[in-house]
Design a protein around this ligand. Structure first.
Ligand code: PGA
Length: 256
């Protein structure tokens, strides 16, 4: 099974999101070996969910949210909690580098959000990755070890076994400067090794994806990497033809 995730970020009005869902539905063939998860802006989620029910195969797409707060309710203006979205979504992105950079999310906050997601049976997609300086100076593995150690701190080993981790080097996100698959395969192995060291056999069961300037032309190279369970796609997921082509590559790969 390959996971292909579409992070629409802060793009698309409700009408535009509906159009994109309909186009994706027309373009993408059903494939039981590919799990397609769309992360629309929260403003479009309810309408998209309703629309999904009218499609020929409502199971073709799953939905996730791009963020939750770690508290269940309270005076936290502007925030959305796991209980508020759990009927509409099965997944949540936690610790995306844009949340860490622009909204000051620390590993401590990320750890609490992961815990909140599991508390409400939502599967988190944890993003980890090093910045350009750490990459150039050869500190990528150390950064990943530090992030995972702190981010997973509040989880049980059986929760870690259900986790999806996206390796997203920050310098590769939205830059067109995608990571070398030979380096990615090493980082994927490292992530699984660290989770195994921290949480034993269960830790080794995490699913690991790659994200960062994924496009139809480079998707195949990542999908065939040992241990790569799929891709987290940002920019290219807003173009139905590009995204459908990435999904097709995953479907083909699952036949090999
Ligand atoms: P990108 O974004 O594909 O546009 O690089 C990936 C992400 O931020 O998850």
């Amino acid at each position: 099974m390959k996971y292909i995730l579409a992070n629409w970020k802060m793009h698309l009005t409700v009408a535009q999101a509906l159009l994109l869902l309909n186009r994706l539905d027309q373009k993408i063939k059903e494939n039981e070996n590919v799990e397609i998860i769309l992360f629309p802006p929260i403003s479009a989620l309810f309408t998209l969910k309703k629309q999904l029910e009218t499609l020929r195969n409502p199971k073709k797409f799953k939905f996730g949210v791009q963020n939750i707060y770690f508290k269940d309710e309270g005076a936290y203006t502007g925030e959305i909690s796991a209980p508020m979205v759990k009927d509409m979504t099965a997944y949540v992105i936690v610790g995306h580098s844009e949340r860490r950079i622009y909204f000051g999310e620390t590993d401590n906050v990320v750890a609490k959000k992961l815990q909140a997601a599991f508390r409400h049976s939502i599967t988190p997609v944890l993003c980890v990755g090093e910045n350009a300086i750490d990459h150039t100076e050869g500190h990528a593995k150390k950064i990943i070890i530090d992030q995972l150690t702190e981010d997973l701190m509040l989880l049980t080993s059986s929760e870690v076994a259900k986790l999806i981790i996206a390796y997203e080097p920050i310098w590769a996100i939205g830059t067109g400067n995608f990571a070398d698959p030979e380096e990615v395969v090493k980082m994927i192995a490292k992530i699984r090794e660290v989770c195994g060291d921290l949480y034993g056999k269960d830790g080794g069961k995490v699913k690991v994806l790659y994200g960062g300037s994924v496009e139809p032309d480079n998707a195949k190279a990542y999908l065939k990497l040992k241990g790569c369970d799929g891709l987290l796609v940002g920019g290219a997921s807003l173009n139905y033809q590009m995204f459908a082509s990435i999904v097709d590559s995953a479907a083909l790969n699952s036949l090999i």
